[in-house]
Design a binder for this molecule. Structure first.
Ligand code: DGJ
Length: 723
């Protein structure tokens, strides 16, 4: 998989479908030669040639002038800063003499099976059977500063990982002003960049930007990966379709500030850098210390957008998520929030449970409002003890147990209301300069200083005390504001540029401890809906609440787009009682996610209960094998059409489920949807018109949805089964 040609100084990472080729030039700089179709044993095609047009160099001792020899050009794995090239370098280090110049040169390398874990943040699993890594040690030319560069390739999917760490072996501290996770230089730049843009309740609009001369960036500086942009994005050749053409997907295993900059230079070459956002970042790296950047994940496809998506899905499910029961059946969930908000008591919750069971609920979740004095969103965050005047949680949990269903609870561990016991006792637990006149509130709450280990300990102890007494099956881990004050009273002046990152590490520390102590509890991520939908959170949480907008009129695009980068089983989706669309439409769309409910179940009529139960039954029968373990195909994009269509195929190809939705009414239209991924010779009966056709017929001619008038926002869930 990874080979080194010592004669040509070439490193080739290849898995039979794709190759990545790196050249170590005579000066020890790493050059990028190839990202593309599999290329192995053809190194002779690369014959070193003198570099033309580069800067001439003066050897100061001898006074000799010369051209750098034997380089292929300026496509670098790690650009130097301030030496010979003017590219955006992924590393910036401020040294004791004030210089920013960095130039890392090859020292040695080792190759091993699997992935080296990061020490304090989420990372790809060890993966010894399906991946190989080359670890390349580079040294800064004039200082004892070392950069370790990690490149991993997977055998079973077109995924590459890139990351780096810096080790300070000088005798003095240096300041790391930037350490991105990756650089990718390509000689071609004819790509459209697709990324997500959005806001609360409207996350992940897909935006297409044709690359042109200059720089385009996608970033968050909000302390979380954010509603506004998302770490997932892809570069597609303009001729790429859902199943043809070159597509390069990027993501980052990180939940905080990130930045991706894509520059097309005067030579029309593409230069990408990607990693933790360096805005307001300065890491004080003492002598002997190491700093590691998060891992960047590249999904490379020559089979269009779905090739890129499917590799990401497989990577997230098999190589990233650590939840112990990740591949087990996930129960139908009922969440109390939109049904009653803060307004509940023991009896009303029990009546919710009873009615929720009638629509197939297998896990009841009590959302916000059960703790401290939390009767509105103005108070109580930070006080994680049960409000016994409001609810008898033992009774509620005993009721769930008696009815044979699971129970889950809501936390927002990283936050505090000024009106809380915690803030009154520890005003120093929030970030912000002690002498500042004001602190910024969002939703009436302050961020806790998660960079301070005492804060993390305090919340951990409170959560632990609760979890020891109440044996819940599920936690919804919410996070409802951004970081404004990125100053920690706990740290010295020299560490203040570290606070954004340290707060993310505090989040990881806290959630890791909870996962370690309670590995059976399923944790669902959440951040005012989908403000922290990222690979860092998915490492711990097998699912994430996608958005506070549940109505299909908005959700069609939201779920479709999210699934371009993230697997359906991670996309928290609930049926609510928003009046625009019928329950059956809402349920069918939620089925193409994790499936759950969020309404007042006491108000459901018998026919509504029947409508929902029907989908819950399909969920129990098919969801795990077809949706969670199956392969997803994006057939019709709602951004480009009145319709939306997605299809899942079970791993053994015996069953497939198609979701077809339309926005406006459609009368008497010819609608043939050409399916994908079926076994060509297998006969499948479809539940739409009851007919049986071969896989070839469905894939070449199509599933015929003609002859039926579909009303506004209607949905068809069509099951195809092998006969
Ligand atoms: C924001 C979440 O997105 C909602 O689902 C709900 O849990 C509220 N927070 C509770 O405050």
């Amino acid at each position: 998989m990874i080979s080194y040609n010592a004669e040509k100084n070439l490193i080739t990472l290849s898995n039979g479908k794709m190759s990545y080729v790196v050249y170590i030039n005579p000066r020890g700089q790493l050059e990028t030669l190839h990202l593309g179709a599999a290329w192995e044993g053809q190194e002779q095609d690369f014959s070193a040639r003198p570099y033309v047009g580069g800067p001439e160099l003066l050897d100061r001792a001898s006074g000799k002038m010369y051209n750098a020899q034997n380089t292929y050009g300026v496509h670098r794995e790690i650009s130097s800063h301030g030496l010979g090239e003017k590219k955006d370098a992924p590393v910036l280090i401020r040294r004791e003499n004030g210089s920013y110049v960095t130039d890392f040169r090859y020292v040695s390398h080792i190759v091993y099976k699997g992935v080296k874990p990061l020490t304090s943040q989420p990372h790809a699993k060890a993966g010894k059977d399906n991946s190989e890594t080359i670890e390349i040690l580079l040294k800064e030319t004039s200082r004892e500063l070392y950069l370790t560069y990690y490149l991993t390739i997977y055998v079973d999917k077109n995924i590459l990982l890139k990351s780096m760490s810096i080790q300070n072996k000088t005798e003095k501290a240096v300041t790391l002003d930037r350490l991105y996770s990756m650089q990718l230089d390509l000689a071609r730049s004819n790509f459209d960049l697709y990324h997500f843009h959005g806001r609360w309740a409207q996350e992940r609009d897909l935006v297409k930007t044709p690359l042109s001369d200059g720089t385009f960036e996608v970033a968050s500086n909000l302390g979380r990966s954010s509603h506004e942009q998302n770490p997932f994005m892809y570069f597609a050749s303009p001729s790429a379709t859902s199943d043809h053409g070159e597509v390069i997907g990027l993501n980052l295993i990180y939940s905080g500030n990130f930045i991706m900059r894509a520059n097309v230079n005067r030579m029309k070459e593409l230069h990408i850098v990607y990693g933790m956002n360096d805005e307001d970042f300065a890491w004080h790296l003492s002598s002997g210390e190491t700093f590691e950047a998060p891992q960047a994940v590249i999904s490379y496809s020559l089979d269009g957008v779905d090739g890129m998506s499917q590799a990401f899905h497989q990577f997230i499910l098999d190589d990233l998520m650590t939840y112990k029961h990740n591949h087990a059946y996930k129960p139908v969930l009922f969440n109390s929030w939109e049904g009653c908000y803060f307004n509940f008591n023991t009896e009303s919750v029990i009546s919710y449970i009873d009615d929720a069971i009638k629509i197939g609920t297998e896990l009841f979740v009590l959302d916000d409002g059960w703790f401290g004095q939390r009767n509105t969103d103005r108070l109580g965050l930070g006080d994680w003890y049960v409000n016994r005047n409001k609810i008898d949680l033992h009774k509620v949990m005993a009721h769930c147990k008696a009815k044979g269903i699971k129970f889950g609870i809501w936390f927002e561990p990283e936050m505090v209301n000024p009106d809380s016991d915690l803030y009154r006792a520890h005003p120093e637990y929030v970030p912000g300069e002690p002498e500042a006149e004001t602190l910024t509130l969002h939703r009436h709450q302050l961020h806790l200083d998660m960079s301070n280990p005492h804060v993390v300990d305090n919340i951990y102890q409170q959560m632990k005390a609760f979890l020891e007494e109440y044996h819940v099956d599920y936690i919804k881990w919410d996070y409802n504001r951004v970081v404004m004050e990125h100053f920690s009273p706990y740290f010295n002046a020299e560490n203040q540029g570290e606070i954004y990152h340290r707060m993310v590490l505090g989040y990881y520390d806290l959630i890791s401890r909870i996962v370690r102590d309670y590995p059976d509890i399923m944790i669902e991520g959440c951040s005012s809906g989908g403000g922290r939908f990222d690979m860092g959170t998915l490492y711990y949480c097998p699912q994430i609440w996608t958005s506070d907008e549940s109505d299909p009129a908005q959700r069609i695009a939201l779920q479709y787009n999210t699934s371009l980068g993230y697997p359906l089983s991670s996309i928290g989706a609930h049926v609510n009682d928003h009046p625009i669309t019928p329950y059956s439409t809402k349920a069918k769309l939620a089925f193409f996610g994790t499936y759950g409910y969020e309404m007042n179940p006491n108000k459901l009529t018998e026919s509504e209960q029947a409508e929902l139960s029907e989908i819950a039954d399909i969920y129990v029968r098919y969801h795990q094998t077809v949706v969670e373990q199956g392969t997803l195909y994006h057939l019709v994009s709602p951004s480009e059409s009145n319709d939306m269509c997605m299809q899942c195929v079970s791993p053994d190809r015996s069953t497939s489920i198609v979701l077809y939705m339309n926005k406006m009414k459609e009368h008497g239209m010819s609608r043939f949807v050409r399916l994908k991924g079926l076994a060509p010779k297998t006969a499948y009966k479809n539940s739409f018109d009851g007919q049986t056709y071969s896989g070839t017929y469905y894939m070449q001619v199509g599933l015929d949805l003609t002859h039926k008038a579909f009303g506004e926002f209607s949905a068809q869930l069509i099951i195809l089964e092998e006969v």
